[in-house]
Design a binder for this molecule. Structure first.
Ligand code: SF4
Length: 507
């Protein structure tokens, strides 16, 4: 076999990451379309419709499915007889491919999310490198490559348990999944790794997510192994938890469960759990020395024609006249279309604001949150005539510890994010008669179309974490926590678990 050329390898990695930034795997699209047809909860059905519409728009427009364009993860199976035409290491070539993918495609710039010195300065590497690379040596003279882009929201929900040999895996998964909340943007896929050592179980859980969604085939043909029996049982029971799309309650939380296992020690039963979110992004290709990978674009006709539009029941809110009293009148589950100006901010901006208050300085010049709404977002940079690149919500739970300060000191009246709020945020929202609004995680390109203009108002040096002012038109959100502190994420999954009726009430 001819040697693999350095340039072919680098370009294939770059093309792979570009490809998955805007093409969902079709097996995932089809599974989500099935979930859409089946869904009985209108709120969850609406969220799934947004995810599918966003998916099709991204495939059409070649722009990222999610504003979090992910950490680059590369699985390599390298044939022992493979020859390379270069002395450059595989690690260097992969990282060069990642740099190229994230920074050198001018019509589809991707967001650089990787920070170096994670326990210290947390400085952005600027090009999304380095990647996480998993190597396996196999027989043969080819290189099998799988590239995946994993968002922080779903990665943050990964879990590992060192169970006792007599412990029940299903019981542990069913106890654990509700604790993940909705920050992993369901509907997605759960990867489960069983056996080996702790790090092996986590690796297997992650690797299992790279296989196609095929649970319906398994249901039809029946299981042939313990791992397949476990997949079927977990698929049914995790969905019976009633968590639903975006944690809004409903019939589909996962469109598949994957299980990989490995031999383990007699004293051990390691179990790794890795969720894959609505931005399910991976592609596989093989290099044999005859040139770069050729990735075939899926036909647009493969996407269901859902064409999501805002609900006719949604009420329009004029942000220029918003008052605390109006916010306090919003009810849980209300669908709202926001019109006017909102401010943005996420982890780093909140931390800066807190430090400024602690030092007695107050907010930076030009920043005024009085009677305003903040959107937790870190957008992708715009290209062409876009006001902003894909700009979906980030996990609100991370801002919980700043919520009391923001509501108490800045005059803020509402927040927009994704996933549930924790007890301290709920308490602060109730105390200040504020509200938390939810946008759909994994619908970033669709949401960005509601943003008409964007300007940085503070902390420019924080890049995507700066405070921006967005002018929005009919931006769709749902009241997820109202001024009484009631939370849709607490109430709805419990209702749907009961309706589905396959699991006992939690103790
Ligand atoms: S879909 Fe949700 S969890 Fe996935 S990358 Fe986007 S924001 Fe993160």
């Amino acid at each position: 076999m001819p040697a693999i050329q350095k340039e072919d390898f680098i370009q294939s990695i770059a093309d792979g990451f570009q490809f998955i930034s805007y093409y969902h795997p079709l097996d995932y699209v089809q599974a989500v379309a099935r979930a859409y047809e089946k869904e009985e909860n209108p709120a969850a059905k609406d969220a799934i419709a947004q995810i599918l519409t966003n998916s099709r728009m991204c495939a059409e427009g070649h722009r990222p499915i999610c504003q979090d364009t992910g950490m680059a993860v590369v699985f390599l199976e390298i044939g022992q007889d493979v020859r390379w035409d270069t002395d450059t290491t595989i690690e260097e070539m992969v990282n060069e491919g990642v740099r190229r993918a994230y920074t050198q495609f001018d019509d589809n710039l991707l967001r650089a999310s990787i920070l170096v010195d994670p326990a210290g300065s947390r400085k952005n590497s600027g090009d999304n490198a380095p990647a996480i690379i998993h190597y396996e040596m196999v027989a043969g003279d080819k290189v099998d490559v799988t590239v995946a882009a994993k968002g922080g929201g779903s990665e943050n929900k990964a879990k590992l348990a060192m169970l006792n040999p007599s412990d029940d895996i299903v019981e542990w998964v069913l106890k654990t999944v509700p604790t993940l909340g909705a920050g992993w943007c369901p509907p997605g896929v759960l990867g489960v790794g069983v056996g080996g050592t702790p790090e092996k179980a986590m690796y297997l859980a992650k690797k299992s997510l790279m296989a196609p969604v095929d649970i319906q085939d398994l249901i039809e043909r029946g299981p042939n192994s313990t791992a397949e029996e476990l997949r079927l049982e977990l698929f049914e029971k995790v969905n019976a938890l009633g968590i639903g799309a975006q944690g809004l309650g409903g019939l589909t939380t996962v469109v598949d469960v994957k299980v990989l296992d490995a031999p383990t020690h007699a004293a051990s039963k390691p179990v790794g759990l890795a969720p894959n979110c609505a931005a399910n992004r991976h592609v596989h290709f093989t290099l044999d020395g005859t040139g770069p990978a050729e990735l075939t674009p899926p036909p647009l006709s493969a996407w269901p024609d859902i064409g999501w539009k805002p609900s006719s029941e949604a009420k329009s809110v004029d942000l220029s006249t918003l008052t605390k009293e109006e916010v306090a009148s919003w009810k849980l589950g209300d669908r709202i279309l926001l019109n006017g100006k909102i401010l943005t901010g996420r982890d780093a901006a909140h931390k800066r604001i807190q430090t400024l208050y602690e030092s007695g300085e107050g907010l930076p010049e030009g920043v005024d949150f009085t009677d305003r709404v903040i959107y937790y977002v870190g957008p992708v940079d715009p290209v062409g005539d876009e006001a902003v690149g894909p700009a979906g919500p980030t996990t609100a739970t991370r801002m919980d510890k700043f919520t009391e300060m923001m509501l108490e000191k800045t005059g803020l009246v509402a927040m927009i994010g994704k996933a549930e709020r924790g007890p301290v945020a709920l308490e602060a929202i109730k105390k200040h008669q504020a509200a938390y609004l939810m946008a759909t995680g994994g619908a970033a390109y669709l949401i960005s179309k509601a943003i008409r203009s964007s300007r940085v108002v503070a902390f420019d040096e924080l890049g995507m974490e700066a405070i921006y002012e967005f002018e929005v038109e009919n931006m769709p959100v749902t009241v997820a926590v109202d001024s009484s502190g009631e939370s849709v994420h607490k109430i709805a999954p419990a209702i749907w678990r009961k309706k589905i009726g396959k699991l006992p009430e939690p103790a």
